[in-house]
Ligand binder design. Structure first.
Ligand code: PLP
Length: 338
């Protein structure tokens, strides 16, 4: 079940609370360059300009950036490029990193963070000998944001530490991001442009790390795997205007999330940890029945049981506008009461 994702929950007529992609159409300054790139499709894509733009956005040289066909491709490249003796994946988290590692023949050791601790990561949880470590920050599906200082403390010579920051841009100013850190040995930061910018269908993400590690990943990348429209999107999303807009979107999201969490708590629903991203994880009794009942009443939510460390009583809910959240919580209360 590692390859099950939220998009499998949605269906005709259902309000999509299962996929953590912002649903608003891309702004004109982003949609424009993507559309304009369509007149240039006869040429093979050249990632140089977009790579330089992303590098500048994170204060790194272009040799420390690899553009990918979504963050998802980065996990596959990683799994192919490394030969760790003790690969460790911290769960619950997005399951593709582990799936890609298993497909490439690695034997993965899981570290499962506990709900009673609010899914907070402690250094002591990580085996000393782990020479590949994969974690998410903020973490899908728990919405927990680990302090940068704690994550940085996990890096060391001889270990590749992969931080999946696909949702980093959902946090205003990204205070806990390691994207600009060039001093941490073996650090790889994976980013996505598909969530905040609503570009899941375009496929664009990137990896940041030392030139040596980035070269190793690049050797496994299919030729021309990032399309010209995706490169146009990367350039637009790296601009100062995009970064400022990202912060505004993240601040509005924080308000919408507080509204959702407040409504859930008032309805007596258990919300996991301290949610910081564009989704919240809840625990309900008889989760499978609740999920089906919500579906019958028009709401698709993300099931929890396909995440190692969670079970069917966990449901992940995307943060949407306050009216949608209110309508959802009213229906959920009804389902839980009935
Ligand atoms: C935590 C996390 N990382 C990475 C991805 C993949 O993102 P992309 O659309 O850029 O491939 C997802 C998608 O759901 C995700 O939840």
């Amino acid at each position: 079940m590692l390859r099950f994702h939220g998009d499998a929950e949605v269906g005709p007529g259902l309000v999509d609370l299962a996929v953590n992609v912002r649903q608003e159409a891309p702004p004109a300054w982003l949609a424009g360059p993507i559309a304009a790139s369509l007149s240039d499709l006869a040429r093979y894509p050249d990632p140089a300009e977009a790579t330089a733009a992303i590098a500048a956005r994170h204060g790194r040289p272009p040799s420390e950036v690899l553009l990918t066909s979504g963050a998802a491709q980065a996990f596959v490249l990683l799994a192919q490029a490394v030969r760790p003796s003790l690969p460790v994946v911290v769960h619950p988290q997005f399951t593709e990193p582990e799936a890609a590692l298993l497909t490439a023949g690695h034997q993965v050791t899981r570290v499962e963070l506990a709900p009673e601790d609010g899914f907070i990561l402690k250094k002591a949880d990580i085996p000393e000998k782990a020479d590949l470590l994969v974690l998410g920050n903020p973490t899908n599906p728990t919405s927990v944001l680990h302090p940068a200082v704690e994550v940085a403390a996990l890096t060391r010579p001889g270990r590749i530490t992969v931080v999946d920051e696909a949702f980093a841009d959902t946090i205003p100013g990204e205070p806990e991001s390691l994207a600009a850190r060039r001093d941490l040995p073996g650090l790889l930061v994976i980013r996505s442009l598909t969530k905040t910018w609503g570009l899941a269908g375009l496929r664009i993400g990137y990896v940041l790390g030392s030139a040596e590690l980035i070269d190793r990943l690049r050797e496994h990348a299919p030729l021309w795997s990032v399309s010209t429209p995706a490169l146009a999107a990367a350039i637009a999303c790296a601009s100062p205007r995009a970064v400022a807009t990202e912060r505004e979107i993240a601040m509005a999201l924080a308000g919408d999330r507080a509204h959702l969490v407040g409504a859930l708590r008032r309805a007596g629903v258990t919300v996991a940890g301290r949610p910081e991203s564009s989704f919240v994880l809840i625990r309900v009794p008889d989760g499978e029945r609740v999920r089906h009942a919500l579906r019958e009443r028009g709401f698709a939510v993300r099931r929890g049981e396909t995440f190692p460390g969670l079970g069917a009583d966990w449901l992940r809910i995307a943060v949407r506008d306050t009216a949608t959240s209110d309508a959802f919580v009213a229906v959920l209360s009804n389902v839980l009461g009935g």
